[in-house]
Design a protein around this ligand. Structure first.
Ligand code: FMN
Length: 169
């Protein structure tokens, strides 16, 4: 594996990329930095943030690199929404996808992203607030929407690290 390449907007994907880079002793670059530094066709791990189930920058990275595994960072709990993400981004069955819980902070968003999330918080937040029997996960999601929150942790990378140690890349 040559490098970890990432796309991040509010910083949580960057944090995961750095954590993973440290653990796997691999260089870490944003997709723009990677341009001059990571050779075309190199084996990489790609990390991008989730927007409406799409993985930001994935299509672009796929043109230039041999993506051996994907980290998709979103608001949802680590390990959830893998199927939607896989389908939406047409990820080949043999490419492992690890969904990782990042966070949410409306204050860090600008422009269209801020607007989209304001609407989402209004609609989904209202729905969750009115729900009587919220699960623990839904409680966490509601809290994140209303107050912001960050859930980046090394523990969330366990499955990713296990995969790498198995040497199947
Ligand atoms: C416009 C928009 C759409 C989003 N859609 C999703 C989504 O479909 N699923 C999800 O889990 N998180 C979604 N998120 C949350 C982000 O993926 C989450 O905040 C992530 O941690 C951002 O990564 P970053 O800090 O690297 O930018 C969305 C965020 C924005 C701004």
């Amino acid at each position: 594996m040559e490098a970890i390449v990432y796309t991040s907007n509010t910083g949580t994907t960057k944090e995961y990329a750095k954590l993973l880079g440290k653990k796997l002793s691999l260089p870490v670059y944003s997709i723009d930095e990677a341009k001059g530094k990571v050779e075309f066709g190199s084996k990489i791990i790609y990390l991008g943030w989730i927007m409406a189930s799409g993985i930001k920058g994935y299509k672009k990275a796929l043109k230039d690199y041999d993506i051996r595994a994907i980290g998709a960072v979103g608001m949802g709990k680590t390990g959830t929404q893998e199927r939607e993400v896989r389908t939406k981004n047409s990820i080949p069955a043999l490419t492992p996808v690890f969904t990782l819980q990042g966070g949410f902070d409306i204050k860090k968003l600008h422009g269209i992203y801020k607007l989209m999330m304001k609407i989402m918080v209004k609609i989904a937040g209202k729905g969750l607030s009115n729900k009587q029997d919220r699960t623990e996960e839904e409680d966490q999601m509601l809290d994140m929407m209303l107050n912001g929150g960050k859930y980046v942790s090394e523990k969330n990378l366990e499955s990713f690290l296990d995969w790498y140690e198995r040497g199947e890349e």
